[in-house]
Design a binder for this molecule. Sequence first.
Ligand SMILES: Nc1nc2c(ncn2[C@@H]2O[C@H](COP(=O)(O)OP(=O)(O)OP(=O)(O)O)[C@@H](O)[C@H]2O)c(=O)[nH]1
Ligand SMILES: [Mg+2]
Length: 235
Amino acid sequence: MMVSVILPTYNERDNIVELVECLSGVLGRDHSFEIVVVDDNSPDGTAGAVEGRFQNSDAVRLIRRNGQRGLATAVRRGIEESRGGIIVLMDADFSHSPGDLPAMLALVDRYDLVNGSRYLPAGGFQGSLRARTSSWMINWFLRILLRLPTTDSTSGFVAIRRSLLEKLSVQNIFYGYGDFHFRLLVNAGRLEASIGEVPVVHQFRRGGWAKTRLFRDGWGYIWSAVKIRFGLERL
Ligand SMILES: Nc1nc2c(ncn2[C@@H]2O[C@H](COP(=O)(O)OP(=O)(O)OP(=O)(O)O)[C@@H](O)[C@H]2O)c(=O)[nH]1
Ligand SMILES: [Mg+2]
């Protein structure tokens, strides 16, 4: 089955070319694949860097969004434009390591969704103390509030079968920021989809700078989870 990797980018010029090359090397060994970069008109010229290096490549596609910003809606656009039977969602800054992909893809034969987890024993999270603490607390809160079976509901690193995504309503999942990850898990759980987990090590971003704002986005996650729990969110 073809693998589609969706890479949302905002100011990732210093990472994107190297990441796409690295992913192509890893995926090319065992899979047919495409890489879909969804860029929100990054001022640093991310789109130009992708176009310059990969314009003759059939496996790499660039979607430029003009006048739109947002991680989750960019991921949604990438999903809608992708063609693979397996869809991988990951960050475009090397925080999610291409080296973790083979283990995820090996499990997608057995599960509808394979969840990358920083909180399994072999997983890890390189980040500031503030980022690690808030992630741990939010994940603890989500597990209790939403009764999720997963150990990590905000990593943003997931492989999903298209057959599962087709049963879900993407417009009710992919909005906001990284909260799309737990909305996806909640919805998959409601359909009784099979969910497997693999350990992943979240690394420091290589180049560029963080777009996440811990306080604003953290509260957004909590508010979204509360709305799901009390049936106020359309799912
Ligand atoms: N298209 C698009 N992508 C975005 C947007 N905001 C963030 N991203 C991408 O989403 C991914 C995650 O954002 P990051 O800034 O790395 O967030 P983070 O991983 O919490 O922060 P770091 O600790 O710096 O890695 C990266 O690939 C970003 O380029 C956006 O508004 N539009
Ligand atoms: Mg990152």
